[in-house]
Design a protein around this ligand. Structure first.
Ligand SMILES: CC(=O)SCCNC(=O)CCNC(=O)[C@H](O)C(C)(C)COP(=O)(O)OP(=O)(O)OC[C@H]1O[C@@H](n2cnc3c(N)ncnc32)[C@H](O)[C@@H]1OP(=O)(O)O
Ligand SMILES: O=C(O)CCC(=O)C(=O)O
Length: 491
């Protein structure tokens, strides 16, 4: 952890002012320097590559069906007791998701009781439960108090042959029966074909058209094995959009890394609802993550996303779920990953200090988070070191910052340096400028490291001398000898 700038002990934060001028940034990031840059928040310029508006696109009016408490419960590590489910449901509700989908009450007695308990919480989000296309399951589900049922059945030949063993005629008849029943109970109903992207298109369109005609609220397309590409998604959703008049829900697994892109393409093609889970947890490696979808959609339509979702809750919701399922938030997670807003290379750091839009498409402040400049490495530059010295209250000339930066780099060539090391170097360098008795730039080097540093220093000063000589030679070369003493007077 870095020492605080004002000399008070570090208090669990990184000890530096964040972009809002507070200590202890919400995105607490020990060991990194939060920065104040001149344009914060970002100015919002439209991209020159903004897609041409498509009348089918729902990028600016999508809804989220949050399935952490259904798909997420299918994650290998997940075990949610009622207390956990209630906490997660409340957090998702505060975040502003439109729907919360729960595990089938047919799964177990406790699942049924949990479903009932969550329905009684009085959340703003609508509560759905996810059931097989099976009248008995539907009967149990409608009694729990849910707002609606998400009914599903596999339509690919794989699932027809090896999962439930039913043909398309049976599937259609059962679907119609279940839908009529659920509607008769006054509940919302969605019918979905599992494994849609390996199902026959004619089968799909025929069943979707049949359920649409009897007044289903939504049909669902599911990429159950994560095989679909964004272009395939666009084509299927767009075709379906021309066949049904109801809403279209989509569900994308992430086996081949397309879950967010597929969700986005589905919206562009006219889908209305996207299934998500916190951190993307679900069967195998999961589905479209809530945070990743937010990142994508914020860039597509910031006003819509900010008007609907409480983005500042994202980190809290993710940490809550991560704790329950006993995983760490991945270092490269969208938005909340350890380094999602950390800028390291000197070129990046300089530009970010001037204007964060140079290297950030998302403003961390929208999520209540802070950006950081990492300056403790051989890739740093003098602008980053100057900014850090400013934070430490140390003032130097530009030439001195540059020289100090060269020393940081030389030491970083000797061994991996920490942020504390770098602060120590800057402080010692500054001290040596103003005091006769010099202190070592960095304490605690081993004999071997000292040797290496002395060699690096010598190289540095001979480089510096060489550069000065070259500069002098260049200046002299630019001025022809016969002009050197001549004074030009202009009358
Ligand atoms: C792709 C998805 O994620 S779909 C959602 C998955 N969710 C779940 O599976 C919820 C948790 N599941 C469970 O608790 C259990 O599997 C239950 C209660 C649903 C069923 O349990 P069991 O009766 O013991 O059956 P089992 O799990 O071994 O096999 C699944 C059964 O559902 C049937 N089935 C599978 N998919 C469907 C479907 N979409 N619609 C109707 N029936 C289906 C199968 O034919 C099989 O029934 P059978 O054994 O009579 O042939
Ligand atoms: O109900 C749905 O649409 C999706 C079900 C599911 O989890 C899947 O197909 O992967």
């Amino acid at each position: 952890m870095c020492p605080p700038v004002d000399g008070t002990p570090a208090n669990g934060s990184n000890g530096h002012a964040n972009a809002n001028g507070e200590n202890g940034a919400p995105g607490n990031h020990p060991g990194y320097s939060a920065i104040q840059s001149s344009h914060n928040p970002h100015p919002h310029h439209k991209s020159p590559y903004q897609p041409v508006g498509d009348f089918l696109s729902n990028v600016s009016r999508f809804k989220i069906i949050e399935s952490t408490l259904r798909e997420g419960e299918q994650f290998a590590n997940a075990y949610f007791d009622l207390d956990a489910k209630i906490k997660i449901a409340k957090a998702l509700d505060e975040f502003g998701v439109d729907y919360i989908e729960l595990t089938s009450p047919a799964a177990s007695e406790q699942s049924r009781r949990d479903c009932e308990a969550i329905c009684k919480l009085g959340l703003k989000a609508k509560i759905l439960t996810h059931v097989r296309c099976h009248l008995e399951d539907a009967k149990i589900a409608v009694e729990t108090g849910v707002d609606g049922l998400d009914v599903v059945i596999g339509t690919s030949s794989y699932l027809r042959e090896h999962s439930h063993g039913k043909d398309m005629t049976y599937i259609k008849n059962t679907a119609l029966e279940v839908i009529e029943f659920v509607k008769s109970k006054g509940k919302e109903i969605r019918f979905s074909s599992e494994d849609s992207f390996r199902s026959d298109l004619v089968d799909l369109l025929s069943i979707y058209s049949a359920v649409d005609k009897i007044g289903v609220n939504r049909v669902g397309i599911a990429d159950t094995v994560g095989c679909a590409s964004p272009r395939q998604v666009y084509d299927l959703v767009r075709t379906l959009r021309g066949v049904v008049s109801c809403d279209i829900e989509t569900h994308f697994h992430n086996d081949t890394g397309c879950a967010i892109a597929n969700a986005y393409c589905a919206l562009e093609a006219g889908a209305t609802h996207i299934d998500t889970s916190v951190l993307g947890i679900g069967e195998r490696n999961g589905i479209t993550p809530l945070g990743g979808l937010m990142a994508r959609m914020l860039v597509a339509d910031r006003d819509y996303v900010l008007s609907k979702y409480n983005l500042k809750k994202l980190k809290e919701v993710e940490e809550l779920v991560a704790d329950y399922v006993e995983v760490n938030v991945p270092f490269n997670n969208y938005i909340t990953g350890f380094c999602a807003f950390t800028h390291k290379a000197g070129i990046h750091a300089k530009a970010i200090l001037n204007n964060p839009s140079t290297y950030e498409i998302i403003n961390p402040a929208d999520f209540g988070l802070t950006r950081y400049v990492h300056f403790a490495s051989r890739l740093t530059g003098w602008n980053a070191i100057k900014s850090r010295a400013d934070q430490l209250g140390l003032n130097m000339t530009d030439a001195q910052y540059k020289d100090c930066t060269a020393k940081v780099k030389a030491l970083a060539d000797v061994r991996k340096i920490t942020l504390d090391d770098t602060d120590a170097i800057i402080r010692a360098y500054h001290h040596n400028l103003h005091n006769e008795k010099e202190v070592p730039l960095l304490e605690g080097l081993t004999a071997e490291e000292k040797k290496k540093y002395i060699a690096a220093e010598q190289e540095l000063s001979s480089e510096k001398e060489k550069r000065q000589l070259e500069e002098t030679a260049d200046v002299q070369a630019e001025v022809p000898a016969n002009k050197k003493t001549k004074t030009v007077t202009v009358s």
